[in-house]
Design a protein around this ligand. Sequence first.
Ligand code: SF4
Ligand code: SF4
Length: 97
Amino acid sequence: MSIMVKVEEKLYQNRYIVDENHPHIRIKSEAECKTCETQACTFCCPAACYSKNEAGTVTLATDGCLECGTCRVICQDKENIQWDYPRGGYGISYKFG
Ligand code: SF4
Ligand code: SF4
């Protein structure tokens, strides 16, 4: 017997406390994103924090970030992401269920 579980349903079990005006991840240069051939962050982030925008660059919303570090690794060639953990008391709290 197999049980299908959607990723979105599992992510919904987590809780996230937003640190208003203190995003823990920052894109250094939008111009750099415009020249980025793959813009891989827009499809590799499991929480869909990055999205392509009409200006041809990338918009980042760190709400819901899982702190997995994938974007940091993916952008290593360009070194265009400033990545830190959230301040104490903010960010993701994992739950099971
Ligand atoms: S991978 Fe890096 S340089 Fe490319 S679009 Fe994403 S943040 Fe910008
Ligand atoms: S750390 Fe992971 S979840 Fe957070 S923005 Fe980067 S890829 Fe997405």
